[in-house]
Design a binder for this molecule. Structure first.
Ligand code: GDP
Ligand code: MG
Length: 164
């Protein structure tokens, strides 16, 4: 059946913005799941004749004991367990954070293929050089994207679909 692609990362890195752009650039039907819309949202997508299900997640704050944040982490772990490919998204403006490294560890444990999207690269001139530090996550080549400006989306989808 169709591969499942989950978007994971810390809160506010741009997961939902990217979800909407990917759903918009592909032929897609977005489905809310009542009761868990804050945590997970699904879209059936078609990209160059390839069908997949895209899943947004609420975000992972690795060390938080806050009840909401720990529920979001649990939901994200379920999405990771269910996924065939994971888009791990980080924020070039904030740079590499400890919590990104912890999310990377979770993803390595999953054994799933991971595509690393470095978001908020709205200008390659301004932020292009800041992308390199994300090689330190040891999770593969960082792909610069700007969900807000819709840049790098085709390259990202090409990389994701290599794992189908
Ligand atoms: P989520 O919590 O990971 O789902 O993040 P959101 O998609 O809600 O985005 C968090 C904030 O980052 C919002 O204010 C977005 O407008 C902003 N944002 C998302 N993508 C980009 C981007 O490519 N560039 C910039 N500059 N801001 C972005
Ligand atoms: Mg979101």
């Amino acid at each position: 059946s169709k591969p499942i692609v989950a978007i994971v990362g810390r809160p506010n890195v741009g997961k939902s913005t990217l979800f909407n752009v990917l759903a918009g650039e592909t032929i897609s039907i977005v489905k809310d799941t009542p009761g868990v819309t804050r945590d997970r949202i699904y879209a059936d997508c078609t990209w160059l004749n390839m069908n997949f299900t895209l899943v947004d997640t609420g975000g992972i704050e690795p060390d938080s004991r806050d009840i909401i944040l720990s529920q979001m982490r649990e939901q994200a772990q379920i999405a990771i367990d269910t996924a065939d490919v994971i888009i791990f998204i980080v924020d070039v403006r904030q740079g590499l954070q400890d919590s990104d490294s912890k999310v990377a560890d979770m993803l390595r444990k999953s054994g799933k293929p991971v595509v690393l999207a470095v978001n908020k690269v709205d200008s390659i001139q301004k932020f292009g050089n800041d992308v390199y530090e994300f090689y330190n996550l040891g999770i593969g080549d960082p792909i610069p994207v700007s969900a807000a400006s819709r840049l790098g989306i085709g390259d990202l989808l090409d990389e994701v679909s290599k794992h189908f």
